[in-house]
Design a protein around this ligand. Structure first.
Ligand code: ZN
Length: 138
């Protein structure tokens, strides 16, 4: 896979990872005024809003299946139409984390925050194992 350090936009390995996991990171099911319902336990937690870190507050991003491995600048050179489509937003999809609202709720209290991040870590661990198994051909 050739990566020639094109524009920064294409060199965001960790963000691309986040994109793939965005729907798993959605821990809340609804947001009644100033609160959010924690999806996996049905509890209400008090929240504040921050800019969505998956889409950088845009509400959408380029479909990960298009550029999750990075795009080789040569691909653009070979196919100017593709380049045009890419930059015109043709491959944009709604952000799976904020669902286009550009902000995400964050628990106000450290206890809630801690519980959630533990839940997310547990989730990504089991997914990492799954992916490793798939690579091994399990
Ligand atoms: Zn978002």
């Amino acid at each position: 896979m050739g990566r020639h350090g094109l524009a920064m936009t294409f060199d965001r390995g960790c963000l691309l990872d986040i994109r793939d996991r965005a729907s798993d990171m959605r821990w809340w099911s609804s947001e009644p005024d100033g609160f959010a319902v924690v999806d996996f336990e049905g509890k209400l937690v008090q929240i504040r809003y921050v800019v969505c870190n998956v889409c950088d507050g845009r509400g959408y991003y380029v479909n990960p299946s298009i550029d999750s491995n990075g795009i080789d600048p040569e691909e653009f050179d070979r196919d100017p139409g593709f380049r045009e489509d890419y930059f015109s937003g043709m491959f944009d999809v709604r952000c799976e984390l904020c669902w286009g609202s550009r902000v995400i709720p964050v628990p106000l209290y450290p206890d809630d925050l801690k519980r959630l991040s533990e839940w997310q870590e547990a989730g990504s661990d089991s997914r990492a194992i799954q992916e490793a198994e798939q690579r091994m051909g399990a």
